[in-house]
Design a protein around this ligand. Structure first.
Ligand code: CA
Length: 364
């Protein structure tokens, strides 16, 4: 006791000279003075530069990461076509042409058919449910396993919520109206349309307007009112159909080149994990806040005709969707595990959401 007191007093007396704790540089040490290593990355996207919602999200992500990292992670964002074409993003990041990309997993369906399940599944999970599956239901581990052979690390980085069924220049009154319909629609939804008699076309966002204007396609889906208004799709189509059966809550993705990812210290990796989670939520918040005002503008100011798809059309699309998705799962062992995980989570979450989200929305 006495000894302790004496030591303490001695420390107090010497504090002004040396202190008593082991020497620890307090802001002015050699470590703090070392120059910071700056990682200058390119982030390529599938979106037109700064397109509201989809295109502004990766810009915000880059800005936030620069601030969070005190400038150590300096990411320059490129729109589709600036460095590589929209549909070349996956390969370009895989090969290291850019360190990072932002897009949607169903755009790589030609290369990895089952990847579409990490964007969206027709009649599948909504945004809230996708986030639950990816981050707490095993989905993210499967996604990383799927992209690992391509040297890519995927991260959920945005969600639009339930989309609109799309823009048409004729009414859809029955299944007969889908026959021969040439429509821009990506992912598993495109395959469903094909089996229902239509012709799906894959086009990046920047080419949708011109294709519809010139008659190269008869119809298109894009996202929802806020994003579709920005593309001026109402000037080239008359009817706006809902609901977006084919995209009930698509996840947008960031992909990071694995070598670039491994080159980062743990704190910068953690910043990317957290910042992408934030942007994943932020995009959904923005669409949620802005969709209805945009819909009012489309209907009230531009005379857009809002229509619901007929019940029998929806019923047929639902039946065909179940077949298409199950067939995609049969492709290989990993595809089957992804399908099983997704469907098992969907079954569970649907059971609970029937008595929570759904019951509440019906009640209010
Ligand atoms: Ca879409």
């Amino acid at each position: 006791m006495l000894k302790t007191l004496r030591t303490s007093l001695l420390c107090l007396g010497l504090l002004g000279l040396f202190g008593c704790a082991p020497a620890e540089p307090a802001g002015g040490g050699a470590e703090a003075q070392a120059p910071q290593k700056v990682y200058r990355w390119k982030l390529i996207t599938t979106w037109p530069k700064n397109l509201p919602g989809l295109g502004t999200a990766p810009e915000r992500l880059a800005e936030q990461l620069k601030v969070m990292s005190n400038g150590r992670l300096d990411i320059k964002v490129y729109g589709a076509g600036e460095l590589v074409g929209a549909f070349e993003v996956f390969d370009a990041v895989s090969q290291g042409t850019a360190e990072m990309g932002h897009g949607a997993a169903y755009y790589w369906r030609g290369k990895i058919p089952i990847a579409a399940m990490f964007a969206t599944v027709p009649f599948g999970m909504n945004a809230q449910e996708m986030n639950g599956w990816l981050h707490y239901g095993g989905g993210m581990d499967l996604w990383r396993e799927l992209y690992e052979p391509f040297g890519l690390v995927p991260l959920a980085s945005g969600n639009t919520g339930v989309q609109m069924a799309g823009w048409f220049n004729k009414e859809i009154n029955s299944l007969a109206d889908l026959q021969g319909l040439k429509m821009r629609i990506p992912g598993l939804g495109g395959e469903v349309l094909q089996r229902a008699g239509g012709t799906p076309v894959a086009l990046p966002g920047g080419e949708v307007f011109t294709a519809l204007q010139t008659g190269a396609i008869d119809a298109t889906e894009w996202v929802g009112p806020y994003n579709d208004l920005a593309l001026a799709l109402h000037t080239v189509a008359k009817y706006y159909y809902y609901p977006g059966w084919h995209e009930p809550g698509p996840t947008l993705e960031s992909i990071v080149n694995k070598d670039a990812w491994d080159s980062l210290p743990a704190d910068l990796q953690a910043m990317i994990e957290v910042a992408t989670r934030a942007i994943n939520d932020d995009m959904l918040s923005e669409f949620t806040a802005r969709n209805n005002a945009a819909l009012r503008t489309l209907v009230d100011e531009h005379g857009v005709e809002l229509r619901a798809l007929p019940d029998d059309v929806i019923a047929e699309l639902r039946t065909v969707s179940a077949e298409v998705v199950a067939e995609a799962a049969a492709e290989n062992e990993l595809a089957q595990r992804i399908y099983d995980s997704y469907m098992s989570f969907l079954e569970d979450v649907r059971a609970y959401h029937e008595i929570s989200e759904q019951a509440y929305i019906n009640a209010r």
